[in-house]
Design a protein around this ligand. Structure first.
Ligand code: FE2
Length: 320
């Protein structure tokens, strides 16, 4: 058994991490520019761009060029070796289409197609989701009698620490929840009926490693990136605004997940989130799942939600 896997989960077989998200965009250079400004380590490979975070070897997302709009292609989930067999057996026994790799993907692990048509790859890999709640970085306060805020000119670029989660648009939220529960072993953390549902990993994960929001089809609404302090959420907003990425939502604080957020709108109408202080579900803890009314679950405080925040540009003929 893996050292950091807790004994009371030994008989439950589930993925431990959202290992990678893979999507296509019409113009790869726009992705390089945008995610570099966002503070990620953007590595240009032969046919794709890989998104890393500072001082972290893990590749959290890959972007390929293709199509005339941004499109989610596939997601990779990782499992411990001792969980793989049971997960693969569940996939093989299921009615979901499986076994054929995505054209952009590798032969590693096992493939299954989500009810809404995008692919999921399950591989055996190291746990990239956090093992414990991410610690804040505390900036020492100036002594009383001196100014505490930094000057604008002394500000350094905000560099997210890791991927926290992905929020997907979905026209089939109950089917999505069933898929991720029955096949990958994720659990519902909290929900607002079938309008939005948050799911976590049972081996220790953020409040959500994946979530679904009701829409008119599948799509990638946002990837969320963990930052080290509340100030970094505001500074992250500032660095996007200063670079000309002027649309977004925040700064605010969510109810479900509890994180402070700023969502920056990317060049394709979806979002990247600076997230600080999201709730954590330890590997030995059964979260008390709640169902919250929409108006009491979304955000504690923050600006009014812009209308464009919930437009799924991946389906239909909507234009930016
Ligand atoms: Fe989020």
């Amino acid at each position: 058994m893996n050292d950091n896997k807790l004994p009371n989960r030994a008989s439950v077989h589930a993925v431990h991490s959202l290992d990678r998200v893979v999507f296509t965009v019409p113009d790869l250079q726009k992705a390089v520019d945008y995610f570099s400004v966002f503070g990620l380590d953007v590595k240009q490979r032969k046919t794709q761009v890989d998104l890393h975070t500072l001082n972290h070897t893990h590749c959290w997302a890959s972007i390929h060029q293709g199509g005339d709009k941004k499109k989610l292609q596939y997601m990779v989930f990782a499992a411990y070796p001792e969980d793989m067999k049971a997960i693969v057996e569940r996939i093989a026994k299921s009615s979901y289409s499986h076994g054929t790799p995505h054209p952009l993907g590798s032969n590693e692990g096992f493939w299954v197609v989500h009810p809404e048509g995008f692919y999921i790859q399950v591989i055996e890999a190291k746990k990239s989701s956090p093992q414990e709640k991410s610690a804040p970085s505390i900036t020492p306060r100036a002594p009383v009698g001196k100014g505490n805020a930094p000057t604008r000119s002394s500000i350094k670029q905000v560099r997210p620490r890791r991927l926290s989660h992905a929020l997907l648009f979905s026209d089939k939220v109950p089917e999505s929840v069933a898929f991720f529960t029955d096949i990958l072993g994720l659990r519902v953390t909290d929900r607002s009926d079938d309008f939005i549902v948050f799911m976590h990993g049972i081996h220790g994960s953020d409040h959500h490693m994946i979530a679904f929001v009701k829409s008119d089809g599948p799509g990638l609404h946002h990837l969320s990136w963990d930052v080290a302090q509340l100030d970094d959420v505001g500074l992250g907003m500032e660095q996007m605004l200063q670079a000309g990425y002027t649309k977004g939502w925040g700064v605010g604080r969510h109810v479900l997940g509890s994180n402070y957020f700023f969502y920056s709108r990317d060049p394709w109408g979806s979002f990247s989130e600076f997230s600080y202080d999201i709730d954590f579900v330890p590997g030995d803890h059964d979260w008390d799942t709640g169902n919250y009314p929409m108006n009491d679950s979304f955000y504690v405080w923050g600006p009014q939600v812009p209308e464009e925040f919930v437009i799924n540009y991946e389906v239909g003929n909507k234009t930016l």
